[in-house]
Design a protein around this ligand. Structure first.
Ligand SMILES: Cc1ncc(COP(=O)(O)O)c(C=O)c1O
Length: 493
């Protein structure tokens, strides 16, 4: 016997009639009904599916049941899930051509979608793990406790409640020497760069690690800042080379906890050396602590900022720990920069919602942030272990470099193989990036046919973004690609 529901078009944007079998699990029934709807063409390629919450409400099932069904169908290739555009029917999951008879299992296999089927992009945390209930509790408590003034124009330095909570949290968890008066709230690391360099509080040229986010380099270039690449190895940036740069270079941007993306932590001697260099040059170190809370093999090393708060601008955000959707971050500044940075933000807070700030303050001081980070640390650690074990078994010619930390890993492949692997993976609907995409365009290495071949090539794999149930399937798919790429000669063809 089947039960059917019709969802209202106004609420969910698509009129969706589903027949759910009453036998078996709710999740299985929903997955089957959606699969049938796509397979038969009733749901056309590109159709946007209802948000979890809306469909769950209409069907009277738990939100997780819908989330799990969607994840399964994404992994199978029937649906695609992209940040910002929701879950859609895969473009090429077309119904089989009419053949006069029922579709055979062969014709029903979905053709690859144009969007990634297996989400192994670096960058985002597991969006399905956002702590909705705990955040809602913190938000409600913050709203109830907020003074009336909190609903007026905001202080550009940020809410004192949040700056106070961060002072305690950052000292405890990251060894940052902060006080509320030195913290300026921003919308994330990119915003910090815009404020410091775009608004000319600081001026270039700026030394940067030779591997990093192209988006950050472009942002600096747009602000007229010339960036000079600094080599990196397994111990982070070779800061000893800073001395050889012209006297005009008085700033360096580093990711000391976990070099992005190559994965080495900045060596203790280099941490001290870079601070000494900044003192001698009357310069500054910008510390991007983007994933410092996520270290799996031991306790994370504290921030470089702790060595000299007057020589380091420390920047963090919730983009990896909670969600990049919140757009909340913080700068811990040398005292002499605070007034200028606050002035650069404008007369009132124009970036970070004062109410979100209050919610984060509550989330931090209630211990919910620690609990969430601990939970995610366990989850990501498990995912990293799964990836490493699967590679060791199925693609031993690949080496995972960098420390056990963060939300991504770099798979080292022999020189000249990076592009093949990335393209083969993408061809199978697996979204990964080659290390070359993170390389500073000014890097000069040994060149071979126009390609820089310093050291090995690499493939950057994000193990956080996929939903829990989709991750194992994605790793399987990646190993399949690597097996095919490697062949019997250990990938040296
Ligand atoms: C290297 C690096 N720095 C910083 C960030 C955080 O950026 P934002 O705070 O602007 O979201 C990210 C991404 O989350 C990153 O990959």
């Amino acid at each position: 016997m089947a039960q059917s529901w019709v969802n209202s078009a106004e609420r969910i944007g698509v009129d969706l009639h589903l027949e759910l079998s009453r036998s078996g699990s709710r999740r299985g029934a929903l997955t089957g009904a959606l699969r049938d709807a796509v397979r038969s063409g009733r749901l056309a390629p590109g159709t946007r599916l209802p948000p979890y919450r809306a469909l769950a409400a209409d069907l009277g099932v738990a939100r997780n049941t819908v989330a799990d069904a969607y994840a399964e169908l994404v992994a199978e290739g029937w649906l695609t899930a992209r940040q910002g555009s929701g879950t859609r029917v895969a473009e090429r999951a077309r119904p089989p051509e009419p053949s006069g008879g029922p579709a055979s299992p062969r014709t029903a296999v979905p053709v690859r979608s144009r969007g990634p089927v297996h989400d192994l992009r670096q960058g985002a945390p597991d969006a399905s793990a956002f702590p909705r209930a705990a955040w809602a509790t913190a938000y409600r408590r913050a709203l109830n406790a907020a003074p009336v003034a909190a609903f007026g124009p905001g202080d550009p330095q940020g809410r004192i409640e949040l700056r106070t909570a961060l002072t305690e949290y950052l000292a405890r968890s990251r060894g940052v020497r902060a006080e509320p008066g030195r913290i300026v709230i921003c919308s994330g690391f990119a915003h910090a760069l815009r404020l410091l360099y775009g608004e000319k509080v600081l001026r270039g040229p700026l030394a940067v690690e030779e591997y990093g986010l192209g988006f950050h380099r472009e942002l600096l270039a747009g602000a007229g800042v010339r960036t000079i690449p600094l080599p990196v190895d397994e111990h982070g940036a070779l800061v000893g080379e800073l001395g050889a740069l012209g006297a005009g270079v008085r700033g360096v941007l580093l990711t000391p906890a976990h070099q992005f993306p190559t994965g080495g932590p900045l060596h203790a001697e280099r941490r001290a050396a870079v601070v000494d260099w900044a003192r001698r040059r009357d310069g500054l170190v910008m510390e991007d602590d983007y994933d410092g809370e996520f270290r799996y093999d031991r306790k994370p090393v504290g921030a470089v900022q702790g060595l000299d708060p007057e020589r380091v601008v420390y920047v963090g955000s919730v983009s990896k720990s909670l969600s990049p959707a919140l757009r909340l971050g913080w700068m811990v500044l040398p005292e002499h920069l605070v007034a200028e940075v606050v002035a650069a933000k404008g007369e009132r807070e124009g970036w970070a919602s004062a109410l979100d700030q209050l919610a984060l303050a509550e989330f931090l001081s209630s211990g919910a942030y620690d609990r969430h980070v601990r939970r995610m640390r366990q989850r990501y650690r498990g995912r990293r272990d799964l990836l490493v074990a699967a590679l060791a078994e199925r693609a031993p010619w690949v080496r995972v470099s960098g420390i056990a930390a963060g939300l991504h890993a770099v798979l080292r492949v022999p020189s000249g193989r990076e592009r093949d692997v990335v393209e083969a993976a993408r061809g199978r609907g697996i979204s990964v990036d080659g290390l070359a995409e993170f390389r500073h365009p000014g890097v000069r290495g040994e060149r071979e046919g126009g390609v820089v071949v310093r050291g090995e090539d690499g493939v950057v794999v994000g193990y956080a973004a996929a939903a829990e149930r989709a991750y194992g399937v994605a790793v399987e798919a990646l190993c399949g690609v690597l097996e095919r790429c490697g062949g019997s000669d250990g990938g040296r063809r």
